[in-house]
Design a protein around this ligand. Structure first.
Ligand SMILES: [Zn+2]
Length: 386
């Protein structure tokens, strides 16, 4: 894989605000978003691009691979745990699933009734949302050394992980991460919105919905683009138009899912309220929606039991979004689910009280454990097996 001089790239991103000429036109590089008097992060909160790079480069128990390069030149890593030695599929999921047996796509390992399912933990799709990244870094550290960056172990997580093939993408949007604070704990709504979706040239908020009116965000009209998008202004979560995908990051995730026949995609984001999960996407198979509904209830139940939220809300009939999570089904027949960690406040119990840093990343780990636990009793997909 191509070696990139990351420290220089990081320095460029951190210290300059300039226009650089690229083959696809001038690209504006923005100064990082800073928050006055932001409380220091704890040592275990590893979320900076260089920290993710260093961690992934040291992986020995598993295997790490650079699956894409971002517009700003950062590497995107995937880390693999388990046996990933089988040859590439002889057909793709679409064709294989329409053949006599989907084994033609899945491969012979699926002839074993005890085959280990493959789960993909994807996070950092929005660079301004570091909670899932912190969780990923701590899980990688634990899988490598037995203990996370807090010096703690989690026998339940290790036991569950041993029963799956696991792929972790610890930070997909390294560009967005490189210009965002380590965290937004304790910050008011406006600061969260500025860091996430950015500000127009006049200083006004672009906004969560407003940011989606553009693809890409017109970088020449913003004073700060937010960590939502990559260096070219694309929101990777919405880069899912067949035949017209724009980002190497989204394409790499899809290739990865197809190559390794991923069974479950857990796409971990953050929001400004209590930790939650999106209802399964309606643009999916009835079996996936049914399976996703069960997992939705179990994950929110686990959040409630852990004191991360107060209630398990009534389901509203499914999520109509079409985004990167929904592509899982098209790539490998995988069930795709989106989790939202809280970035700061517990708005249900007491909006003035912040979650601790441990709690902020706990939602991601707990969701991962909950779905893996349930997946041992009932597979994530009903495959058309012989
Ligand atoms: Zn997000």
């Amino acid at each position: 894989m191509k070696k990139i001089f990351y420290p220089l790239m990081t320095a460029l991103v951190l210290l300059t605000s300039c226009v650089t000429d690229k083959a696809d036109g001038p690209r504006k590089v923005f100064e990082p978003f800073t928050v006055e008097n932001l409380e220091p992060r704890p040592d275990f909160w590893k979320v900076r691009p260089q920290e993710i790079t260093d961690l992934c480069e040291k992986v020995k128990v598993g295997r790490s691979e650079i699956i894409a390069e971002t517009p700003l030149g950062f590497p995107v890593y995937a880390v693999f745990y388990g046996d990933f030695s089988e040859p590439a599929p002889q057909t793709n999921f679409s064709a294989g699933n329409s053949s006599a047996t989907v084994i033609s796509y899945l491969g012979d390992r699926y002839r074993d009734p005890d085959v280990k399912q493959t789960v993909l933990y994807l996070t950092g799709v929005h660079g301004s949302e570091p909670e899932g990244v912190a969780a990923a870094a701590n899980m990688i550290q634990m899988f490598e050394t037995g203990k996370d960056f807090r010096g703690q172990t989690d026998p339940e997580l290790l036991e569950l992980a041993s029963k799956y093939r696991i792929i972790i993408i610890p930070c997909l949007n390294m560009d967005g991460r490189s210009i965002c604070p380590d965290h937004l704990r304790g910050q008011p709504y406006e600061v969260f919105r500025k860091a996430c979706q950015g500000t127009w040239s006049d200083g006004s908020l672009i906004g969560w919905l407003g940011s989606k009116e553009y693809f890409p965000l017109p970088l020449d009209r913003v004073s700060f683009p937010g960590g939502y998008t990559n260096g070219n202004g694309y929101n990777i979560q919405h880069d899912c138009t067949p035949g017209d995908m724009k980002t190497e990051e989204a394409k790499a995730v899809c290739r990865l899912m197809a190559r390794w026949r991923v069974d479950l995609l857990l796409n971990v984001h953050s929001c400004e309220i209590s930790s939650t999960m999106f209802e399964p996407g309606l643009v999916d198979t009835p079996e996936h929606i049914k399976r996703g509904n069960t997992l939705y209830t179990k994950v929110l139940g686990a959040f409630k039991e852990a004191g991360l939220r107060e209630d398990v809300p009534e389901m509203e009939g499914g999520d109509e979004a079409v985004d990167l999570t929904q592509l899982a089904n098209y790539c490998s027949g995988a069930l795709g689910l989106t989790v939202e960690c809280s970035s700061s406040y517990d708005d249900i119990h007491n909006p003035k009280v912040c979650y601790t840093f441990d709690q902020l990343m706990e939602s991601a780990i707990l969701a991962f454990k909950t779905v893996m636990d349930d997946g041992l009793r009932e597979p994530f997909n009903r495959r058309n097996l012989p």
